[in-house]
Design a protein around this ligand. Structure first.
Ligand SMILES: [Mg+2]
Length: 232
């Protein structure tokens, strides 16, 4: 029996796992650390949290370099410019994964079932490397992870999905991508010729202006029957 797909690839955040905003915690911890190191930061952590949310959203949406975001964040919180906090911040995020990252219900069960059915598995994620790989490992995802910082291209650029397809050695039409973000995950995958399954987390309706997904799931346990059904 020929399977409908040869491989299934995943978005990480809010699809296979949640990280409980660990980068936000690391940013606030940075303010505490600078203050304790003798450079008083005259800002409350509540206020710094508002700045952190704004900076993280800019960093994620515009795909800028981590150092640029960190410098601006420290400056907006009243700190001195000039220092690079990049290595400290990256390490702090890695250290927080064990406490903050949780698997989505059914993630491990579904991955095991898909692998047993003979499907190849990988992840494609917008985000820093090696943080995305560490988050994946934290939930027991030991398949290949392509992080945007490492491959130099971000979703929804179809080139990111082309890299995924090449690295898995599977033609786009035999590969299905699963993600929670209609624009980044579904729009991008469809444009690159993959099938795309929308993981409806229940927080927002699917936008009318984005092409409809190939299928919709509300639980990862629904994947096996969708991905392993015989080709028609
Ligand atoms: Mg996501």
């Amino acid at each position: 029996m020929e399977l409908r797909f040869e491989g299934v690839a995943f978005d990480l955040d809010h699809t296979l796992l949640v990280d409980n905003r660990l980068e936000r915690v690391a940013l606030l911890d940075l303010i505490v650390r600078i203050d304790a190191a003798g450079a008083p930061m005259r800002i409350s952590l509540d206020r710094a949290g508002i700045v952190a949310d704004d900076e993280l959203s800019r960093y994620r949406n515009e795909g800028e370099a981590l150092d640029t975001m960190l410098e601006r964040f420290v400056k907006r919180c009243g700190g001195r410019e000039g220092a690079s906090w990049s290595s400290w911040f990256r390490q702090r995020c890695l250290d927080l994964t064990a406490q903050f990252v949780l698997p989505m219900p059914g993630a491990q069960r579904s991955l095991t079932a898909l692998e047993r059915a003979g499907l190849k598995i990988a992840a494609l994620s917008n985000g820093p490397s090696p943080l995305q790989e560490r988050k994946a490992a934290q939930i027991g995802f030991f398949y290949p992870v392509l992080a945007s910082e490492q491959i130099g291209v971000r979703k929804p650029d179809p080139a990111a999905f082309e890299r995924l397809s090449e690295s898995m050695g599977i033609a786009p039409k035999r590969l299905v991508y699963v993600g929670d973000d209609p624009l980044l995950d579904i729009g991008g995958a469809l444009e690159a010729g993959l099938s795309a399954i929308w993981f409806d987390g229940g927080s927002k309706p699917y936008p009318a202006e984005i092409p409809a997904p190939s299928a919709v799931i509300r639980s990862l346990d629904e994947l096996l029957s969708l991905c392993s059904a015989a080709a028609v």
